[in-house]
Write a protein that binds this ligand. Structure first.
Ligand SMILES: C[S@@+](CC[C@H](N)C(=O)[O-])C[C@H]1O[C@@H](n2cnc3c(N)ncnc32)[C@H](O)[C@@H]1O
Length: 187
């Protein structure tokens, strides 16, 4: 029985989303490996998964992913995802990632709350939660405090994201990918 077939026709239609994220994944993994960390040992934190398409792509290589996703409406009046049926979004996430659920730890809280309680280290952090300037700024600063090897995220051309990224990484190169992802090598 096919439960949520619409998952197959969402952003996976966009080859740019897939090729961009795949390039980001390969570059990030290669860089982390240079620090003598093997792929099965890489710990990743993803902020904001929505239907779980990015999580699905990450989990093709990364075998330990913590996903922070509250599945709650109303976080940003300018983001259409903010008005989605989050019960359905959550089911899409579970359906799409059902084969990899043992690799994924889902934390259904906002990123502030997650960082406040978190004691774990992550080699790689991917930020794609609330794109409002104040929110992404806090997500970046909380991520920097964890001293990961890589901080990256999505929607670099969004005004709030762009400003927060460039302000926080003034002296480090910000790499760009064709799906509008960005990446910074911290270590
Ligand atoms: C742009 S979508 C993520 C898309 C996903 N990364 C992908 O590429 O398929 C943004 C997500 O961030 C979540 N979100 C919004 N505010 C958040 C917060 N403060 N902390 C964590 N997640 C948040 C929303 O619920 C939404 O699902």
């Amino acid at each position: 029985m096919i439960l949520y077939p619409e998952v197959k026709y969402m952003r996976f239609d966009s080859s740019r989303h897939i090729t961009g994220l795949r390039s980001l994944i390969l570059d990030s993994v290669k860089h982390i490996q240079k620090k003598n960390i093997n792929i099965p040992d890489i710990k990743m934190l993803e902020l904001g998964s929505y239907n779980g398409e990015s999580t699905f792509l990450f989990s093709s290589i990364i075998k330990n992913i913590t996903v922070v996703e509250p599945f709650k409406n109303g976080y940003d009046e300018n983001d259409e995802s903010s008005y989605a049926n989050m019960i359905k979004v959550r089911k899409n996430f579970e359906y799409l990632n059902s084969e990899n659920k043992n690799l994924i730890k889902l934390k259904e809280v906002v990123s502030d709350e997650f960082f406040y309680n978190n004691k774990e280290y992550f080699h790689w952090i991917y930020i794609d939660a609330c794109h409002k300037y104040d929110n992404i700024k806090k997500d970046i600063q909380n991520s920097i405090n964890l001293k990961p090897i890589i901080i990256s995220g999505h929607d670099f051309s969004n005004n709030g994201v762009n400003r927060a990224v460039l302000e926080n990484f003034k002296d480090i190169e910000v790499l760009r990918y064709e799906d509008d992802s960005w990446m910074v090598k911290i270590l």
